[in-house]
Design a protein around this ligand. Structure first.
Ligand SMILES: [Zn+2]
Ligand SMILES: [Zn+2]
Length: 351
């Protein structure tokens, strides 16, 4: 089978021929149907310092946002059937640490990431633990199902923000995570969802298609001015950041109501200066949000089942596995929302 691998601790990825993986007793073999290109994959490709921790796991096939069909079952697997479409939680827990044995797998201390520290899904097949598989309801497209992982990140960010009915919510960053945050904030009952980007016309246009009309582009109006105006009727009840751009943090706090919550989901490459006196006086809270708990996944899949037509707008490009790196290039500029690598897509597909 074909697989896209990080072979050595340096920039670049290689398309390899590899033998078919053999599932262990508690694992299944999944024939991959769609794998999303994530910012993480771009970082791994470029080999940015925050991913050098992967060195010990090399060589490894990357790709962690995916869906596929169960094509072989380990001897001890129950509750999954051959031919079933599943999405897969990429976080593989150990099952033996204190947290795992106490029934708190979300706190596992020796987890491994499918597509980061064990072989992932930019491949024709991937071997995964059966407990990580979430069956997808009939009628949901495999490319929509592959959005489950980024959607779970968005879901968790909205939960962390404590969005309440009637809230005004500001989302900084109109990419795939920000788009999911906007959807789940609206689902949580937010009265207003404002989404901001910088030179982001194509992705803001996707948000318009998703039904959002309060959209800011800081390339047109400077950030401080645009945010002050957006907060002029009343400040935001919650601000959720999905940019990784440190310059937005202090301004985000300035438009947040007293006792409001700022949630950070972006990975910031450098420390950020914050006016702590203002934070104290306004009783502001800053919360980090990253991986969703396992319990979030069924909720995300249920949302997916009822909002498939909406979510389809997020998949802006599909490429075959043989042209995955062209898909990476598309994902690297701000025109694409989500590029899907579909192993058996027609070789000429690039749209
Ligand atoms: Zn991802
Ligand atoms: Zn564990």
């Amino acid at each position: 089978m074909k697989s896209l691998r990080k072979v050595r601790p340096d920039s670049g990825l290689e398309l390899h021929d590899a033998p078919l993986p053999v599932p262990g007793a508690d694992e299944v073999l999944v024939q991959v149907k769609a794998t999303g290109v994530c910012g993480t994959d771009l970082h791994i490709n470029k080999w940015t310092p925050s991913y050098h921790f992967m060195t010990a796991a090399l060589p490894v096939t990357i790709g962690h946002e995916f869906s596929g069909v169960v094509s072989a079952l380990g001897g001890a697997v129950q509750g999954l059937e051959l031919g079933q479409l599943v999405t897969v939680r990429p976080s593989v827990v150990c099952g033996v640490c204190a947290a795992c044995t106490a029934g708190r797998p979300d706190d596992c201390v020796t987890r491994k990431g499918i597509g980061v520290s064990r072989d992932g899904a930019f491949a024709d097949f991937v071997r995964v633990p059966a407990r990580n598989c979430i069956p997808i309801p009939d009628g949901v497209d495999a490319r929509i199902a592959a959005l489950a992982e980024p959607l779970s990140v968005s879901w968790e960010a909205v939960r962390a923000a404590g969005v309440q009915p009637g809230d005004r919510v500001l989302v900084l960053g109109p990419g795939n995570i920000g788009q999911g945050i906007a959807l789940f904030a609206r689902e949580a009952g937010a009265a207003e969802v404002v989404v901001a980007g910088h030179g982001d016309a194509p992705r803001l246009q996707i948000l318009r298609t998703l039904g959002f009309d309060q959209l800011l582009d800081f390339a047109e109006t400077p950030m401080a001015e645009a945010l002050a105006k957006a907060a002029s009727p009343r400040p935001f009840d919650a601000v959720i950041e999905a940019t990784g751009v440190s310059a937005v943090i202090q301004l985000a706090l300035q438009v947040l109501k007293p006792r409001g919550v700022l949630v950070i989901t972006g990975i910031h490459s450098a420390p950020v200066a914050i006016d702590l006196a203002a934070l104290v006086r306004k009783h502001h809270e800053i919360r980090g949000s990253y991986r969703a708990p396992e319990a979030a996944w069924p909720k995300v899949v249920a949302f997916m089942e009822h909002n498939q037509a909406l979510l389809a707008h997020m998949v802006t490009h599909t490429v075959p596995l043989s042209r995955a790196l062209e898909g990476f290039a598309l994902a690297n500029n701000k025109t694409a929302t989500k590029v899907m690598v579909v192993p058996d897509a027609a070789a000429e597909t690039l749209a």
